[in-house]
Design a protein around this ligand. Structure first.
Ligand SMILES: *Cc1c(COP(=O)(O)O)cnc(C)c1O
Length: 405
């Protein structure tokens, strides 16, 4: 179907929740995607940090094809092997002892929130329910997770919000100390705020949070939905930040594109989720878990993590150099293949310019470009994206200068 026709039908039949770029993507290969008209794009969005193996990775395709032919879904009334194997793989390579599987980041965070509340109730009584989250955070779009999200624009119009949340500025330990009370059951944050514009948590801040939480039996929840699965160069970002959480959530990269989420926890915490306390019909189905297993095998047993680390270094050096050459760049932030560029020109216009030059990038706001390419991105592809950005920045800063004269 021609793109214009598709746009018209989408305008007619879909709820208008998304501001989409004006292309229709029909296939992908590696870190490239192709639109309806056959134009090629370097994919520096990767399905929003989801397609960590790029597009059409043979191991992932084969795992999904095989599992689809064998068994797609039976519910959690029965045992299925891919779910247990994926759980074992994640436990073997993380701080966690047990996993609950679901289908998305928001759902993983819902599980974490429920787990923290139940833990508070069982260990300390019914008054222990409050969760402190960060301003500018992002945890999802369900009622509890949009309440956890410290951004007014996500909450506006959906009041009343879920009670029991308090908010602190990111990287401000004193603000947390001031908010903690006997009611506090958890502190929840992203080790790197992704949607909020790529802000990395300080090591000292995290260390202080860990100590405070341990001392008061408050649960430390890391939302690694975006930072997990090799994005930052280690399997999980917390490994580089020197602090282990009590609960961690994953989604985005976990299935390499298949919808899957996970809530991971230590034994003592996970124990409060007894039979019947939480559930998800699709959660941990064999198809999604087979995809997750293929992703984990490549990351853990293959060379994908090394590749991610190398390319993360390459991209962050490239962006640091880019900043030196372009005065419109105010800041470069991030870790590994999660990088943000804070700019003084219109970031959304840069996104549109990139699109016409065959590059997909994303802006988290008017001023921040975010780069979350697949982990299989090549140096040549990174170079090409930086070249395209360079010419766009030159043109845009020139045009702005002309306007001033
Ligand atoms: C994307 C994201 C979510 C929400 O994930 P969904 O799958 O869209 O529900 C939650 N937390 C973080 C950190 C994210 O980046």
């Amino acid at each position: 179907m021609p793109t214009e026709e598709l746009k018209d039908l989408a305008a007619k039949y879909l709820m208008q929740t998304y501001a989409r770029q004006p292309i229709s993507i029909v296939r992908g290969r590696g870190a490239k995607v192709y639109d309806m008209e056959g134009r090629e794009y370097i994919d520096f969005v990767g399905g929003i940090a989801v397609n960590i193996l790029g597009h059409g990775h043979p191991d992932l395709v084969q795992a999904i094809q095989r599992q689809a032919a064998q068994l797609i879904h039976v519910s959690n009334l029965y045992y299925t092997e891919p779910q247990v194997r994926l759980a074992q793989m994640l436990v073997d390579h993380s701080f966690a002892d047990r996993i609950f599987f679901c289908n998305s980041g928001a759902e993983a965070n819902e599980a974490a929130i429920k787990l923290a509340r139940r833990y508070g109730h069982e260990k300390h009584g019914a008054d222990r329910f409050e969760i402190i989250t960060m301003k500018n955070s992002f945890h999802g779009r369900t009622m509890a997770t949009l309440t956890a999200t410290g951004q007014e624009k996500v909450q506006k119009g959906f009041e009343p919000l879920v009670p029991g949340f308090a908010y602190a500025p990111f990287n401000d330990f004193a603000a947390i100390e001031a908010l903690v009370t006997d009611k506090t059951t958890a502190i929840m944050l992203e080790p790197i705020q992704g949607e909020g514009g790529v802000h990395v948590a300080d090591h000292a801040y995290l260390k202080n949070l860990r100590e405070l939480c341990t001392q008061k039996d408050i649960l430390l929840i890391f939302d690694e939905v975006q930072t997990g699965m090799g994005r930052t160069g280690t399997l999980f970002a917390y490994e580089q930040l020197g602090v282990e959480p009590d609960i961690m959530t994953l989604a985005k990269g976990l299935g390499g594109g298949m919808p899957i989420g996970a809530c991971l926890a230590k034994d003592a915490v996970a124990a409060v989720f007894t039979a019947g306390t939480h559930a998800s019909t699709f959660g941990g189905n064999p198809l999604a878990c087979a995809a997750g297993l293929a992703v984990c095998r490549l990351l853990i047993e293959g060379r994908m993590l090394e590749q991610a680390r190398r390319m993360g270094d390459y991209l962050s050096k490239g962006l640091a150099d880019f900043k030196d050459r372009h005065r419109a760049v105010r800041d470069v932030r991030g870790l590994g293949l999660l990088q943000g560029l804070e700019v003084e020109i219109d970031a959304k216009a840069v996104v549109a310019d990139c699109l016409t030059r065959g590059v997909l990038v994303n802006a988290t706001s008017e001023r921040v470009l975010r780069f979350v390419p697949p982990l299989i991105i090549t140096q040549a592809e990174v170079d090409r994206v930086l070249d395209v950005l360079s010419s766009i920045f030159n043109q845009r800063t020139m045009a702005e200068k002309d306007q001033q004269h």
